[in-house]
Design a binder for this molecule. Sequence first.
Ligand SMILES: [Zn+2]
Length: 660
Amino acid sequence: MVAEITQVKSPPAISSNRHYVSNRPPLAPSPLVKLPIGSIQPKGWLLTQLQLMKEGLTGRLPELSRFLREDSGWITLKGPGWEEMPYWLKGYADLGYILGSPEIVATSKKWLDLAFRSQQGDGFFGPPDNRKKRDLWPNMLVLSCLQSLYEATGDTRVIPFLTRYFRFEHGLPESDLLPESWQKLRGGENLESVYWLYNRTGEPFLLELAGRIYKRTADWETDIVNPEKDRNWELSGTYHGVNITMGIRYPAVYYQQTGDRKLLDAVEKNYGLVMDQYGRQPGGMFGADENIRPGHGDPRQGAETCSMVEFMNSHEALLKITGETRYADRCEEIAFNSFPAAMTPDLRALHYLTAPNLISCDSTGEHDFQNGGTLVSYDPWAYRCCQHNVAFGWPYFAEHLWLATSDNGLAAALYAPSEVTAKVAGGTQVRIIEDTGYPFADHIDFTVLTSAAVRFPLYLRIPDWAGEAAISIQGKNLSDKLQAGGYAVIQREWRDGDRIRLSFFPKITVRTWEKPGPSVSVRRGPLWYSLKIGEEWKRYGGTDTWPAYEILPTTPWNYGLLLDPGDPEAAIQIADRRPPAGQPFTPEAAPMVLKARARRLPSWKADGKMVGKIPDGLVFSAEPDMDVRLIPMGCARLRIASFPRVAGKSSEGGRAAPGG
Ligand SMILES: [Zn+2]
């Protein structure tokens, strides 16, 4: 390998970045550090998502949500006011800072000014009902909003306000600090904010408070989703999907204070436990249609939209704490494959549950989900928590594309078209333009802009799925094939206009899930593929401005893939590809279309409005062979992304299914 490129698992965690607030001792040094909001400008398809959010549900939510009206406890400071307003504000305000939207920034400030004004003598703030109920959960969300406000605008009220609030928490008797339920299960959010302030003020009482908060938070170290061992089962009586996507990272958050690597291991162990039982499906999520339910691990079980944005947020946090690229891979998998389909392409409506196998987004409730009523139709008026919480998915993703490294360089951690402006080395400001159609394109072009030549390390993530990758500078190939995982680090003196190309050579691969099934899923690079199903959009409610839609199938969905077990990829080819449009996440705009050999499976039938469970075993079908089209699952609102494997001949050992 040429000397100026090396490969590492993570940036070194031995010192602090000189320009951006990093962990302050004794907290474990941060390998990767978030840049202040505004340093990263999304472009291309990602910018389109943010612009659609502004014109769509997030930007105009006050027209729809009863929790954002004048009688909100966050305005009156009298009645109740719970998680909804701050859920929304957390994404809405960040959206405004990233887009530089004066209207959004002004509206956010109005809400935050009220939070400042509500602070009482002892430091508590927010609607008094929360105090009566000893419920600190909604305030945890406001803490995140205030951190963003400070990072984006430098508002001088934030630091003293947070200091007073944490003194209030520090003074609470133990029994009043996270006494029960949601706040106890979600205490790690509060913990992160305490560290955020400690890194800026260094006040020792904050570390003492952090220790108490972690101790009073539910146990996320012991095995989860295991009724014999999971102590959170006793606490709430459920394996709540959203709580798992949040809580799973908390031991790693506390690791920063103790340095005990067992806490990092606990995160991986619990991720494995959940995904092995309920996440045998493409798209980075696990089935929890409100709660995880034993026996409901089929890819037809949905994941809540809140779970997607929270899981992405957890992976972003774990990426910063550990520096390890697997968390970026997991975040991208959700962002590109599961999250876009949770919303309509115009980002004006969403639904509660999205599943890899979902053949009807109707409003009948004829689905085997834990909750009743409509959960899969796209309705801008419904789905109380998700309607607000969806707002922070794309903005937080955009804020983590680029991170500062402990050795005063920069890391391209998540990939999307963007531009970053940041200080490197001794303080030289550089700009790097990232020009790409990724995740739909196979290469990423970077251009370095700098007023003076400057030496700093540039870290480029090599995803786990990348069997090989290559880097060229000024068109000259600089590396042998790079290994998947970790980062390629380029150490050199960078000059204005230097051009780098990172190329991937993704192959179409087939993943077999032994249970349920066996089923198979098709992947190419960062994207999973699903059967293209005709969509009929049928309005069933809402208003003319904010309609609610069912999406119903107009073409068959019950196909199995015909694959040669010795060479499963041979039966799948690229049928069509083009550069991504502004909004690539629609069936028509799909930038890549694959074709695969398949047969109908007449025995695989709908179960109510829901897709039938994946048949158990290899299935024989006497139907004719045909080609089917596969599109990225993020483009598909109706989808089959986990297919049964079909045997072409009964002699292959296929089971003749009843009626098949
Ligand atoms: Zn939700």
